[in-house]
Design a protein around this ligand. Sequence first.
Ligand code: ADP
Length: 289
Amino acid sequence: MLLVIGSYNRDLVLTMAQLPAAGETVAAAGVAQFDGGKGSNQAVQAARCGVRVTMVGALGADGAGQSARALWAAEGIDAYVQDCTAATGQAVIFVDAAGENCIAVVAGANGALASAYVAGAVRDVAPRVVLAQREVPDAAILAGFHAARALGALTMLNAAPAGVVPAALLAATDLLVVNEGEAAALGGDLAALAAGHALGVIVTQGAAGATRIARDGAVRAWPAFAVAVRDTTGAGDAFTGCLAAWLAMGATIDAAMPFALAAGALACTRDGAVPSLHGRAAIAAMAGC
Ligand code: ADP
C-alpha cells in the first residue's frame, strides 16, 4: 500500500496570444479549470498503476475542495482530508500561443496541513511506502516520515518544486527523486547527496531518461522511451507516482524504473496533467513487460 502526503490545487488556465507585461491587460481567448497539485497528480498515477493509495492532504470548504474529493473517489483513492478554513490551493496559469507559461500558486489549505494529522494517518494506514513532494509544509512531511520509519515503511521524497530542503527532512528520506533543476538547487553534487539516503537518488532528465546514483556512488542510467511529444506537463508526476506504485507493490528500484520511464513518456503524449496519466496496461506494454 502507498500513502501520499501532498497537495491538491485547482488549476485555472487562461489561454492568450501573448503573456501580459507588468501593468498590461490582455484579452484571454479561453479559460478552463483542471485538477492539479503534485501530490494529487502522483496519487492518481499510482492508483492507475493498480496499487491501493491513500492521499493525505488539506482542503477548504469550497468548490475546489469538492472537486478534489470527487477526483479521488473516482480514482478509487482513500482520502484522509484535514478540513481547513483556508481556501483550497489554487494555481492561475497563463499560456501563450507558443505554449510558454507563467504561473502563480496560492498554497491555501495545503500550507495548513498539520504534522499530528499526517502522523496519525500514517499510523492508521500502515503503508509500505510513504511519498511526499514539497507543496505541503516540511514539518508535516517530516512527522509523516518519522511515523513511517517507526513502522518500517520506505520514505520517498520528490523534492519538487526546486528549492533548498532542510537537512532533517533529507535525513528522514530513504529515496530522493529530483529533476535536473531540483538537483542543481540541492547543490548538484549527486554522489554526496546519494550518500545520505539508503536507496540513493534518482535524477530525471526529460528526453534523456533518468539516472540512479546509489548510496555507494554506483551510477546506472536508463534512456527515455521515444514518443511523439505533445505536452510534457505531468511527466515528472507520472514518473514519480508510477515508481512509488511499483515500489509499494514490492518491486526493486531497478525493476520499477522501466515502468516509471514508460509512465513519464506516455504522459508527454497527451495534453494536461491528470488526463495524460496512463493506466497499468499501457505502461506495462511500453515497458515491455
Ligand atoms: P519534470 O516533469 O519534473 O521536469 P522530467 O522532464 O525529467 O521531469 O521528466 C520525467 C520523466 O518523464 C523523464 O525521466 C522521462 O522518463 C519522461 N520524459 C520526460 N520528457 C520526455 C520526452 N520528451 N520523451 C520521453 N520521455 C520523457
